[in-house]
Design a protein around this ligand. Sequence first.
Ligand code: SF4
Length: 353
Amino acid sequence: MSHAKIDILRPGFLFSLKISFPWIILKMINMRGTLQQLSSKSLHRPLRSCIGCGIKTDKRALLRLVLSPKGHLMFDPRQNQPGRGAYICKRPACLQEAISHRRFPRVFHSSIAQTDYSTLLEQFVDARLQSIRHIRPSLRLALITQLLEDHFGRPPWQGCENPLDTLILTVLSQNTNDRNRDQAFARLRQRYPQWQQVLEAETADIAEAIRPAGLANQKSVRIRDILHWVHLTYGTFNLDFLCREDPEKVKQTFLQLKGIGIKTISVVLMICCGADIFPVDTHIHRISHRLGLIDDKTSAEKAHVILQPFVPKSKAYSLHMNLLKLGRTICKARKPQCPQCPIQAFCPSCEVS
Ligand code: SF4
């Protein structure tokens, strides 16, 4: 049997495969473009100016107005009506400004009836809501991610020192604030520098250490049970290896433990392993509801399943951290400060009157 030798160094080898250098170069340029597109961190943002305040921004953050075939000025919330359009911020003050300075007749080269203006002012809130609701949730969340990065910056992922510490810290954070959680964790580690010591301690003593986090009796039992299970299952308290495992598998394994919910294990996987998993805490749950991404009956646990597919790829960490910042500083539980909010153009709950 004869073997045909393939000599790739032979001149003309590529031509024999019907591959030419220009073809390779074109392919490489193409691949580069695709890679750039894939690694691109910013969305394509078609910019338009508001004819009220003059600000230039993504046209999806603005309301569009057109002239109807009968010459009436009207909103175009879906931004799909043919013809020349004028863009305006989703704030009534900008509409008032454009009306009082006679900007519409100048843009459309046509006189506008006074009744058209009154109708616009009446329909403003409804048009605003429609314009937000017609943007599909995945695009809305991509635009929100971008706006939050513009406002707060892109948080750098730093990892964590120890996944088990993060796991216990997150268990402590249930039903309390960050300050109490941190205080309880510091007291726990001060009293028991080794996790083995917690295993050997009385639950009443553990409860005493973590008292600032609240629900101390319940949490102390859970923490000890989790540590016991971890040690029995893996023979170590070092959980670094979890980051080399399939995140979905890790999630399912840990969800079987009492005291570990979807938020707790998602936080560990996102913070410690950099997994593209989006944990929903109380701030994010509240903001998602205000943004109309979930309804008021959706629990935080269910919100994980609903929101994850809408989160832009590789943006779970950035979106999570920036929404936390938004929840702590602007979109607070009691009194959201909508006029200062960087994502108000995509929020149906924004106070606009
Ligand atoms: S516009 Fe208001 S309600 Fe909406 S996310 Fe911002 S602060 Fe919260």
